[in-house]
Design a protein around this ligand. Structure first.
Ligand code: DAH
Length: 355
């Protein structure tokens, strides 16, 4: 048997087996690659005597065509097989139930922070932030809060070290100090954020949210404070008229200090802000204490101002009729789906998770 015939038989036999595309390509290069069997056979043509060369060339061409054709067919067969098996395995089962579309929701606290920021920005406040881990100086001392003040008690404050120097801020008021140390008056800022106290029951969570307000300039008085809060409460609760009263109070960092109540009534068990003869406490405020200004190197004879602190979670509960504070932080998706908000770019009638 001539060499060519041997090559032909050997490779046809291999090509008749069940092969992958890779194996066929391997065979192809063994035959027709640079040093492949067929390619090298062509190379010896020139060295053969004329008579033999003719026959050899014709046989070689014949075998070459036959193997080439076999390889092409084999590749085609494998491709068809692959397509068929894909069609079989990947066919769409239209009887399968559809998947739920899960659209995230904005938490009421985040929503209220956005609302506050936009309401206060309309009257010239900018937004500041401070760290959750605060030092004793900014949280208490600089805010004129003496060593024996009850807020400093272990029962009220989460201290992070034995020396009681680092703590989780108990209010957003230290951002007042940080802001004033960082720049020069005038200041007109709000500072929303997380706050912490060692406290937990139906209306208190160990982590909660506050927004601090601070306005320092020349000739700022309590009338400005009243006007600012009046505007804020009306805008936030979306009412034209509110009843608001200032009750004398005490905070170490303001003098005079006040707590502000707003009028409400109960209609079908729901709180309606603005009307009625009941009172609801919503914030603490006052004129910034001269000692606080001195602590941040501002001359209290030149600059004065007001500050206020509001509980954000409580605002959200009042505005959106949510009555258990603890649910805010339980991360129950069903709760969030009910009380949460759609992002602005989603139509308001889109209900998110299909139920
Ligand atoms: N920091 C106070 C608290 O957590 C709230 C507060 C009261 C903030 C009066 C103020 C203020 O800025 O002027 O209870």
């Amino acid at each position: 048997m001539s060499d060519i015939k041997k090559i032909k038989d050997e490779f046809l036999e291999r090509l008749n087996k069940d092969l992958s595309i890779e194996s066929v390509n391997q065979i192809k290069s063994e035959l027709f690659g640079k040093n492949g069997k067929i390619s090298s056979s062509f190379k010896i043509l020139g060295s053969l005597p004329t008579e033999e060369r003719k026959k050899f060339a014709s046989d070689l061409n014949y075998v070459k065509d036959e193997l080439q054709e076999k390889i092409n067919k084999k590749i085609q067969q494998i491709e068809i097989k692959e397509i068929n098996s894909k069609l079989e395995n990947e066919k769409v089962d239209v009887t399968l139930p559809e998947r739920n579309i899960v659209q995230g929701k904005i938490h009421p606290v985040s929503q209220v922070i956005d609302e506050l920021s936009s309401i206060f920005s309309e009257i010239g406040f900018s937004v500041e932030e401070g760290p959750d881990v605060e030092n004793e100086h900014y949280n208490f001392t600089a805010l004129n809060t003496p060593d024996n003040h009850p807020a400093r008690d272990m029962h009220d404050t989460f201290y992070l070290d034995d020396k009681k120097e680092l703590l989780l801020r108990t209010h957003t008021s230290p951002v007042q100090v940080r802001t004033m140390l960082k720049g020069k008056p005038p200041f007109k800022i709000i500072a929303p954020g997380r706050t912490y106290r060692s406290d937990s029951d139906q209306t208190h969570a160990p982590m909660f949210h506050q927004v601090e307000g601070l306005h320092i300039d020349k000739n700022i008085n309590m009338g400005h404070l009243k006007g600012c809060l009046n505007y804020f409460i009306k805008s936030f609760f979306e009412v034209d008229k509110i009843k608001m009263r200032f009750r004398p109070s005490h905070f170490p960092f303001t003098e005079p200090s006040a707590e502000v109540d707003i009028g409400y009534e109960l209609k079908n068990g729901k709180i309606v802000i603005g009307e009625g003869d009941k009172w609801l406490e919503i914030l603490g405020c006052g004129m910034v204490h001269p000692n606080v200004l001195k602590n941040v190197k501002i001359n209290p004879d030149k600059y004065q101002g007001y500050a206020f602190g509001i509980g954000i979670d409580r605002l959200a509960m009042l505005k959106y009729g949510i009555n258990d504070l603890r649910a805010f932080f339980e991360t129950d998706y069903r709760w969030l789906n009910h009380f949460g908000f759609d992002p602005l770019d989603v139509p308001s009638n889109y209900r998110g998770l299909s139920r």
